[in-house]
Design a protein around this ligand. Sequence first.
Ligand SMILES: [Zn+2]
Length: 156
Amino acid sequence: MTLRVCRECDKEVSTEAKVCPHCGISRPGTKFWERHLLLISVCILIALIWIANLSSRNSSVKTDVACDKKETARVLRLAREGGLLRKIDAQRSVPRVYLGPGWYVLELDQKKAAAYVFICEAYGGRFPADPLVVFHDSRSGEQLAEWGGLGFRVFK
Ligand SMILES: [Zn+2]
């Protein structure tokens, strides 16, 4: 027989007691979650179904987009020649793009357009539904931009 403190009167009762011998409350030795196991299970089940629904809806809307091969090649060549792009490291779990000084002279929309193409290259010709790529200064290592869950964000 295991003893526990009654949830009402704080005196010791058996975990198997149906009624507390001190205060008369039913199932005194049980915790809230033990008394409401079924209700809690149902809530968890509903939550799981809801999450499954949500993620399947997301995946049906968001899909990878194929990039224009010619345009990607053209922009990459220009970016390399113009000192904008130094290296794309796609081997990491989060691909990194290393940028040269050309980055700093671009306008925001030009940065975004260039970043889009670099991501296409990093992901093998597709722009992923949920991209995550970080952009660094190739010399200082400083993070300049990020394309992730919050969209395209430029820091420098
Ligand atoms: Zn009691």
